[in-house]
Design a protein around this ligand. Sequence first.
Ligand code: SAM
Length: 232
Amino acid sequence: LFLDAPLEAGREIPLPPAQAHYLGSVMRRGAGDQVLAFNGADGEWLARIVALRKDRGSLVPDRRTRPQASCPDLRLLVAVLKREAMEWVVEKATELGVARIQPVLTRRSVVDRVNLARLTAIAREAAEQCERLDLPMLDEARPLHGVLDGWDGTPLLVAAERAGAPPLAAVLEGLQLPAAWLVGPEGGFDRAELDDLRRRAFVSPVGLGPRILRAETAAVAGLALLQARAGD
Ligand code: SAM
């Protein structure tokens, strides 16, 4: 259970309505039951439910069951996609252990903003589900060129279809984190963006095969390969 509060032994924490509802109505828990709780900073705790009514309640952390851990520095940069696809990507990227998600605005982007509150809630739920103790950092959508101008030099693998780029699998050997994976919008990167990307020393265009994948498929397929090679 994700709680947006410090976790300390013996310190009672009021449950927000959504969490109280989830525990009572979905998980069928009640006063006296135990749950595992985390907040992204203090590790995982076995906590006892003190009181639980319809949409109110509280719990007390008893003992820490896992120390705080953070995922290795694998980042996803993804063109802002339509709402459902974006939410799916955030959920799957969280499950795959991505440390940071940067939505980027490109020339062919058809959506120009993200609902960060909603995406944060989705990342929290995904972290709960996969028992991850940290949350990916979620950034506001920013123009691609601005992100590249301020880039810290971390190797950036760019998903480039039809560009004669080497397959991602071929560059995995020797890959170390930190690394980042960039996927374009449904309409693809335009010529100027691809040229700009290729000029940057930290960029390597790579392919995922001859088929044109949906952006969300490319995002998750690439992350799975990168995670299998370099993550933990
Ligand atoms: N409109 C483009 C076209 O028809 O050529 C397709 C864009 S694709 C739907 C969206 C994004 O997914 C691309 O910008 C790229 O980053 C990634 N992508 C899709 N298929 C890919 C592949 N086979 N290899 C590498 N990246 C791919």
